[in-house]
Every structure is written in C-alpha cells, then in structure tokens.
Design a protein around this ligand. Structure first.
Ligand code: GLC
Length: 425
C-alpha cells in the first residue's frame, strides 16, 4: 500500500483512478485563461463586467455528468471558487456569487446532485488565493502586484480577516452539501511576497476539515508537510511512482486538454484522444490517478473539442476499463517492454500490457516465461498465442527460455491503445 500522511479513506480513490476536473467561473467569459485577471492586471471595476454578464443559460449539469460517466470517470472535482474569488454556490459570507449574477441561482448544488445521481463521487476545489476579497493582501501573484499604491492598499488589509472568511467558506462547503469525498485546496507559495500556512492558518483549517468530514481526502497544497492524503503533480508527468522520503505515496496527476484550465476559445494545443488515453495508462502504470480537466463555456456547456475527446476516451474505456480500475503498477519482477506500459490488478492477478507502439508480429517479454497461464486481446477477448524462447536474446532476466513471446495479429486492433490481458499463474 502506498503511504499517505492524511487520515482520509483512500481505498475507493486508488481503485477508481479516473476523475474529471471542472474549472468554471467568470473567466469563462473573457475565455482566455482563468488567470486572465492577473495576467492582464485587470482592476476589479473592469473585471466586474464578467459578473454582470455571467448568464449560463444552457447549463445542464446532467449533461456534464453524463459526459463524465461515459468517459469512464468515477469522481469529479469542481472549482467552487477560483483565484478570481467568484463563488458558484450561495455562500452567506459574500455577495460575489452566482445567485447575484444573471444566472440568478446556486450553480454548485445542481452539479453535485447530477454527478451523484450518476454514481460519481464529489470533490470540491477551493482557491486559497482570492483576488477579489478586500482583506487578501496583495502579493506577487495578485493582479495589483505592481500597483503604485500597493503598500498603502496593503496597510488597509488584514489577512487574518481573510483567513476567517476562508475557514467560514470551507465550513459551508463541508456542511451544506452532504458527503464530500475530496477537498482540493489551491495553493501555497510561501516565502518572500508569497503566502503559506500562516496566512491560511492551515493547521487550524485541517483540524476543522477532519472534524467535519473525517473520511475526506485532502490534497497537498496547504503548505503543511504531513497533513495531506495525496500529492498533486500538475501538467507534467512523473517519471516514476511519486515518492516522499523515498516512499511511494498516493498521488493524482492533473492535466488539461489544452493549456488552460478555464475555457479558452483560441488556445490550440489540444491533446489527441490517443495522447489522453496514453496519459491515463501511464499514470496508472505508476500507481497514480488522473484528474482530467474540462473548462465549460460561459453558456454553461462543454465545447465540442472537450466532448469529442471525452467520447473517444469513453470508447476506449468501455473495452479497456478492466486494465485501469483496481489496477496499479506491475510487480517489480515484470519488466516493461519498449513502447509499452504495464498495469496490474492484484485482486484478479491479471497483468495488462498496453501497447503504445504496435510491433510487427511478435512482442517479446523477457522474464515473463512460465508466469502466464493465458493471454488475450482485451478489446475482443481473442486469444493471443504464446511461445517461449526462440529468437529471444539472453538478457539480465535470464536465458533464452525466460522470454515469453506473444504472437500478435499483423493488423493493429481497433483501439487507440490495444491491450493484452495476461492471466498470471
Ligand atoms: C494551478 C493554477 C490553477 C489551476 C490549478 C490546477 O495552481 O493556479 O489555475 O486551477 O493549478 O491544478
């Protein structure tokens, strides 16, 4: 079992493996990155126009939940508030919330209900940063970071009042929506002109969180070394199982389809279905989870680029979910062949060879001989014939006869990533 410093229940999490991140807020309207307020140093009175025009008339979270479930996702994490400070729910602690926009209602609750109805677990993202709150001290990431009157403005700000607000809002989120499975707090940047545990009153916050929802899984961005349940590498794939102090830990990679988390109209670096499926496989092959992000539009929809990718992933998951759910890294004595990834289900003792590069005729698995009882393609359960030895070079795993040779069809099967299911002896 991987290590964790938290107290939450990770058993479902390391089984389910695949979730949907949703970044939705006022930044869907400028549609050019969720950091737009900071990147373009937009003052409150100008950013205000997005609040006045936020009218997601096509918002139907049933459709979101359907798209996530069909893609094979088992949980979702939604931005209840992002750095801009805007809240999707009807918080009693602020006016800066969806009910006061043309949307005219709480937008969080219907999403929670819809995803729950589909059997997905519920996660809340909540931004520790807040570029709207009057007591959040201006720091290096704030839109007003180079304001000429910054020092004077900061003298009027009392960060502890903001911390109180933050704690109050987290309390609302953990008391008004029933069971919450994940709390995803974002983020700390301690040091000069940054913010960390003292600014958030992190320790006190964690105590409250654990008290309100003891099973909850808490991410690792509170600037506390030992209060998290899982690590969260972002937009960069780890080369091996994520470790802390040399120990493999529970971890979740988060990735966007393109470069932005919020809806970005003109951003064009969208990953293909094949790349996304490979990302999911690669993550599970290293013992991790994948949280894949959608940025809905200002009308309240997933755009075509997201929907087509989700559908493509779902098509693959329908036939290959068995190599993802309940799976983890392969036992160390199974060496990954070139162009492949291995996952393993310890409960069924099945080993999955995900073939990223389809070879001509044969796939050689050094060290596997004698360990496999039966082999088949996962997409159609067609037998893959096996033999040992011949033609295989002697290697570090043993002599000629220790190599298992899989005899593959010449034509690549109909799957973005074909998978061979090996039933171990
Ligand atoms: C970052 C970004 C943010 C995004 C998050 C997701 O910390 O600030 O925009 O929400 O990562 O991991």
């Amino acid at each position: 079992m991987p290590a964790t410093f938290g107290h939450g229940d990770t058993s479902w999490f390391v089984h389910d493996r695949f979730g949907m991140f949703i970044h939705w807020g006022l930044y869907a309207l400028p549609a050019r990155h969720e950091w737009v307020k900071q990147m373009e140093r937009i003052p409150d009175e100008v950013y205000e126009r997005y609040f006045r025009h936020f009218d997601p008339d096509l918002y139907d979270p049933e459709l979101w939940a359907e798209a996530a479930a069909n893609a094979g996702m088992k949980y979702f994490v939604i931005t209840t508030k992002h750095h801009e400070g805007f809240c999707l729910w009807d918080s009693r602690l602020t006016d800066y919330k969806a009910p006061n926009t043309p949307a005219g209602r709480d937008l969080l609750r219907p999403a929670v209900d819809a995803f729950r109805r589909r059997g997905l677990r519920v996660g809340f993202y909540y931004s520790l940063l807040d570029w709207h709150h009057p007591h959040f001290k201006i720091d290096r990431f704030h839109p007003l970071w180079n304001h000429p009157d910054r020092d004077r403005l900061n003298r009027e700000r009392d960060q502890s009042k903001y911390a109180e607000y933050l704690h109050g809002q987290v309390r609302e989120l953990l008391t008004q929506f029933g069971r919450v499975d994940i709390l995803w707090l974002d983020f700390s940047y301690p040091g000069p002109d940054g913010k960390g545990r003292d600014d958030w009153k992190s320790e006190e916050l964690v105590r409250m969180i654990r008290e309100l929802q003891p099973h909850i899984l808490l991410n690792d961005r509170l600037d506390l070394p030992e209060a998290w349940d899982f690590k969260t590498p972002e937009q960069s794939q780890p080369q091996e199982w994520v470790k802390v102090d040399g120990q493999p830990v529970v971890w979740e990679a988060c990735w966007t389809f393109s470069g932005s988390w919020g809806y970005h109209r003109d951003e064009d670096t969208w990953k293909s279905v094949e790349q996304l499926v490979q990302l999911l496989i690669d993550t599970v092959s290293k013992g991790g989870n994948l949280l894949l992000n959608v940025g809905p539009t200002g009308r309240g929809e997933f755009d075509e680029r997201a929907l087509s990718r989700l559908a493509g992933i779902g098509e693959w998951m329908k036939h290959h979910g068995r190599s993802i759910y309940g799976c983890t890294a392969a036992p160390q004595d199974f060496q990954t062949p070139p162009g492949c990834r291995l996952t393993y289900n310890p409960a069924t003792r099945c080993l999955y060879v995900h073939v990223f590069v389809w070879p001509v005729g044969e796939l050689h698995l050094p060290g596997f001989a004698g360990k496999v009882e039966y082999a088949q393609l996962l997409n159609d359960a067609s037998e893959i014939k096996m033999s040992t030895g011949s033609g295989a070079p002697a290697g570090p795993q043993g002599g000629e006869n220790s190599t298992l040779i899989l005899h593959l069809p010449i034509r690549k099967p109909q799957a973005v990533v074909p998978v061979i299911e090996l039933f171990l002896k």
